[in-house]
Design a protein around this ligand. Structure first.
Ligand code: ZN
Length: 160
């Protein structure tokens, strides 16, 4: 499970990034959970749930903050749809490096969970090797999979 690949169909991927850029308005961070299902090849994304859909004030401090009631809504939605959370994603104004707060506060503290960070408020152009890709290993430890290594963990363009 910890090594299972995350696959996001290209259309869903690009729509999600465009939506993050739009919701952040190039002035503050925006974020979303990627929901999906398990398949033989890995975990396949099928749906974005944006943080401000869970809490209208999620971006009010400039960075993404979700409180317990937002997670209650998320888990209820997962129960109702049968989907699982496979990654979270949020934008940064500049570099896609994890902030101390990103490292200290995993959105989902489950081993194998992927946290993605998109640079430049998701303005694009979008290159997988310019994303921040971090895998949570538990106990506040992360593996940095950013750069070309990310291509092994994250597939965003499946033309098959
Ligand atoms: Zn961050």
């Amino acid at each position: 499970m910890a090594n299972s690949k995350v696959i996001v169909p290209r259309r869903l991927w690009l729509d999600g990034l465009a939506e993050l850029c739009h919701r952040g308005g190039l002035t503050h961070e925006a974020g979303a959970f990627l929901l999906g299902t398990k398949s033989g090849e890995g975990r396949v994304g099928t749906k974005w749930v944006f943080y401000d859909e869970l809490d209208p004030n999620a971006y009010s401090t400039g960075i993404c903050i979700l409180h317990a009631d937002a997670f209650d809504r998320l888990w209820r939605y997962c129960r109702e749809t049968g989907l699982m959370v496979i990654a979270d994603i949020h934008t940064h104004p500049g570099s896609p490096r994890q902030s101390p707060s990103d490292r200290a506060n995993p959105m989902i503290a489950l081993q194998g969970h992927l946290a993605l960070i998109v640079p430049n408020y998701a303005k694009g152009p979008h290159w997988r090797h310019r994303l921040g890709i971090y895998r949570y290993e538990g106990s506040h430890k992360w593996t940095d999979l950013s750069g070309w290594r990310g291509r092994i963990m994250l597939s965003t363009g499946t033309f098959r």
